[in-house]
Design a protein around this ligand. Structure first.
Ligand SMILES: [Zn+2]
Length: 376
């Protein structure tokens, strides 16, 4: 994937943030510190790449233009994430920046949407990473006009790191732009937020996601439309659906929700046992980890969200189609009689318990029975 071309597609799709950032960059009035805030899969990370290119492209003004056909030297390096003045900071496990950060970068060069290099390990943006930023910004840009620092998943910055960052933001170097990318801006210190210009990102439109899947993942048109309807504004989710493991997880979530709507208590208890891996006679060896189960519950929440929008008559034709395909139209109709917000609340509570290390099978069987309004 041409990362910069992908970033440009996102800039076009983000109809508020895209033109706003382009205007600020072109006018030379870009604030030195920004927060890119918005839901997962809205293209915030790619937009940081686009911003780095906009600030350093050599094709501006008279002279050769720079575009997808022929990139200038600066954009070529930004496209491969190798520009010396574009600093990408990712959370890594404590004490592992020397090995961890290059590992993440290597993986992003191969697949910008990859993640999970440190499967199930706690990661953070620690003070050592912020010191790297401060050191990089203490020098003039090597070859570009303006250094760009993008701190991804900035909400994972420790308090110590945020305090160090705050000092930098109090007197940011004029030759730099610092971008904090996060889904959870309220987890940043208020003192940090107050010094940053916040750019809000919207969920992407289904059309934009379908177009992206076609252009960058060579997905056939009709399939792209179907996946985009399932993606619910989240490009990362749309791309995940190309992955068989995730697709299987989605199908399992749809199967569980089907059983819930049908009120099949016995089957649900069996399903909970099997998902938790405790079943003595396992028909299928699905081997769901705790994280997989959490993901499954998140997919269930998305399905119940679709039920709510269906009841309110707010589904697009493609969404109606994929929902009927996954669950069955008669179940979608039956679900309208349920306390759907209550269902979502129950699943969210179970998700919370899982994150607090509650027993997997117990949590699932309680949840599934609770959703059918039955108890042991
Ligand atoms: Zn360029």
């Amino acid at each position: 994937m041409d990362i910069l071309a992908a970033a440009e597609a996102i800039a076009r799709a983000q109809t508020r943030a895209g033109p706003l950032l382009e205007g600020l960059a072109a006018s030379g009035k870009l604030p030195p510190a920004l927060v890119f805030a918005g839901p997962e899969g809205a293209g915030k990370e790619l937009m940081a790449v686009k911003l780095a290119a906009a600030l350093n492209c050599e094709g501006r003004g008279p002279g050769p233009a720079c575009g997808a056909g022929a990139r200038c030297a600066a954009c070529s390096k930004i496209r491969t994430l190798e520009h010396p003045d574009f600093h990408l900071i990712y959370p890594v496990p404590h004490g592992e920046i020397d090995a961890g950060l290059p590992l993440v970068l290597e993986s992003r060069r191969e697949d910008f949407f990859a993640r999970g290099e440190f499967a199930n390990r706690a990661r953070s943006v620690g003070i050592d990473l912020v010191r790297l930023v401060i050191e990089a910004l203490s020098k003039h840009p090597y070859e570009g006009r303006r250094s760009v620092v993008a701190i991804f998943e900035a909400h994972l910055a420790t308090v110590e790191a945020q305090n160090a960052l705050l000092k930098l933001l109090e007197e940011p170097p004029a030759s730099a732009a610092i971008v904090l990318v996060t889904e959870y801006p309220d987890r940043l210190l208020p003192t940090i937020r107050s010094r940053c210009y916040e750019v809000r990102f919207d969920p992407l439109s289904a059309g934009a996601i379908a177009g992206f899947l076609e252009e960058f993942y060579s997905v056939e048109k009709e399939e792209a439309k179907r996946l985009a309807a399932l993606a619910q504004g989240n490009l990362r989710r749309g791309i995940s659906l190309l992955d068989e493991r995730f697709l299987g997880l989605w199908k399992d979530a749809a199967a569980v929700v089907g059983l819930v709507v049908d009120g099949k208590k016995k089957e649900l208890v069996a399903e909970a046992e099997e998902l938790a891996g405790y079943s003595e006679v396992r028909r299928r060896n699905r081997g769901y980890s705790r994280e997989d189960v959490a993901e499954l519950l998140e997919e269930m929440i998305i399905l119940f969200g679709l039920f709510i929008r269906s009841r309110d008559g707010r589904l697009t034709e493609s969404e109606k189609g994929v929902l009927a395909d996954s669950i069955g139209a008669e179940r979608v109709a039956a679900a309208a009689a349920r306390d759907l917000p209550g269902d979502v609340g129950k699943i969210s509570a179970a998700l919370e318990s899982l994150r607090r290390n509650a027993d997997l099978e117990l949590t699932l069987s309680h949840l599934f029975l609770d959703l059918t309004n039955a108890w042991y």
